[in-house]
Design a binder for this molecule. Structure first.
Ligand code: DOR
Length: 447
């Protein structure tokens, strides 16, 4: 099947270009101001921008085991609607992804259930919690890397002991990423604020110090073991200053909730914005923005972590942490383009090219001949309001309910097949397993 997309403005690695693009099968076959070759289908994209599909490198899609909150079919449809063509999923499912066998089982489920491309992290375990799974982590393939919960969050994958952490960094070679909130600090704060049921206290329990201490500890491990490391969901401005000493070894990521929500929003949104790491201050929002614009943070990802509204209605601290975001991430950022806060080229760098490079993905993240035809047409003029009732995520709500945004994805292709068009998802075809080549050396590597 050949599809010609004509008259779009393409966001290429070299900048923007008004050109035609030809998809042949699963690949981008040609980019040219006027493609002459025949095609089975022509899409007139006048007035629209064509960007690479978004690569979301941090999601929790809950399958297997927690499928009342989310599953791969619903979540991947939400991705298609949101312009996310590839996701990397975290290991805190039930069972957790801690062995090669469990990883392969997850890949097999995704092969029949996900309509976008997929990859799955391996989770590290603590020796105090059963046994360390270092042998599994060392031998694992078909994975972007190893996830460590240096601070506890949903699930029971906490690895807090220094000996365990030293061994993981010393004895494994896959890239490592971590949830950084210091467990000792969080527990001390939880004791201090015990009995308070106002969810705003969540940001005092999981405070700035907790995030900064754990990030500093992880960077020290990465530095001493000379191990590639990606800092997930940076939530404080102060963490950014820590990255300066570790250039060429580490990359960092920010999530939309840490850019757009602050502690001032608890009164309005309650447990909908209860997240780990917690939401911080408006000053942190601004510093995180600056970190992105200055290139000190390279990636934007969602940390899509759905829980049902019924679960969220439990009084704090029984209410679970996490919020859904895959179907709105791109629109939230296109709206920033419309507001003049960043360019579409920067959005493509943060959400397509950079995550594909960080995780050594083959054929992803760029509009380039020979790359996979994972593509999104965006309409920067289109205005729409996010509504709980219209969310495809299984949990059926969004913390941005009622928010009107300018700039939306209108058509999505995954490996050359159209999966979303003008509000309608076509879930008939499966996505593909992402291929990784860790010899590429990550974001600072050879690409
Ligand atoms: O708030 C969170 N919820 N943060 C995470 O990192 C994981 C998560 C979840 O899985 O629910």
């Amino acid at each position: 099947m050949k599809t010609r997309i004509k008259n779009a403005t393409l966001i290429l690695p070299t900048g923007r270009m008004r050109a035609d693009l030809l998809i042949d099968g699963e690949k981008i076959a040609s980019i040219d101001p006027a493609i002459q070759s025949t095609s089975d289908q022509t899409v007139d994209a006048s007035g629209l921008f064509l960007i690479p599909g978004v690569v979301d490198d941090q999601v929790h899609f809950r399958e297997p085991g927690l499928t009342h909150k989310e599953d791969l079919a619903c979540a991947s449809r939400a991705c298609a609607k949101g312009g996310v063509t590839t996701f990397l999923e975290m290991p805190n499912t039930k069972p957790a992804t801690i062995t090669r066998e469990l990883l392969e089982q997850k890949l097999a489920i995704a092969a029949s259930r996900s309509i976008v491309n997929y990859g799955f992290y391996m989770g590290a375990t603590a020796s105090s919690n059963g046994a360390s799974n270092i042998a599994e982590l060392s031998a694992a393939q078909r994975t972007p890397g190893i996830k460590i919960f240096i601070g506890s969050s949903t699930g029971d994958l906490l690895v807090d002991g220094q000996d365990d952490l030293e061994r993981i960094f010393a004895e494994t070679s896959l890239p490592i990423t971590a949830h950084c909130e210091d467990e000792t600090t969080v527990r001390e704060n939880a004791r201090r604020y015990a009995g308070i049921s106002d969810v705003a206290v969540h940001s005092k329990i999981r405070d700035h110090a907790a995030a900064i201490r754990a990030t500093r500890r992880a960077l020290d491990l990465a530095h001493r073991h000379h191990h590639r490391f990606h800092v997930l969901h940076v939530s404080t401005g102060a963490e950014i200053a820590l990255f300066a000493d570790h250039r060429n070894l580490i990359t960092a990521e920010v999530c939309p909730h840490h850019l757009f929500f602050s502690v001032d929003d608890y009164a309005r949104l309650g447990t909908r914005i209860q997240m780990n790491p917690s939401i911080k201050t408006r000053e942190d929002n601004q510093q995180l923005w600056r970190g992105l614009l200055e290139g000190k943070i390279q990636v934007i990802a969602t940390d899509h972590a759905p829980h049902t509204l019924l679960e969220k209605a439990a009084p704090y601290p029984q209410s679970p942490s996490g919020l859904p975001a895959v179907e709105n991430l791109l629109a939230l950022m296109l709206n920033q383009v419309a507001l003049g806060h960043c360019t579409l080229e920067q959005v493509v760098s943060w959400m397509c090219d950079a995550p594909a490079r960080v995780w050594d993905m083959l054929g992803k993240g760029r509009i380039e001949v020979g790359y996979d035809a994972d593509l999104v047409l965006v309409d920067l003029e289109r205005t729409a309001t996010i509504r709980d009732a219209e969310q495809l995520t299984k949990c059926g709500w969004s913390p941005w309910d009622g928010v009107t945004l300018q700039g939306w994805p209108v058509r999505t292709w995954v490996m050359g097949r159209e999966v979303f068009r003008d509000g309608v998802v076509d879930g008939s075809q499966p996505g593909r397993e992402v291929q990784f080549d860790h010899a590429l050396g990550g974001y600072w590597g050879t690409r």
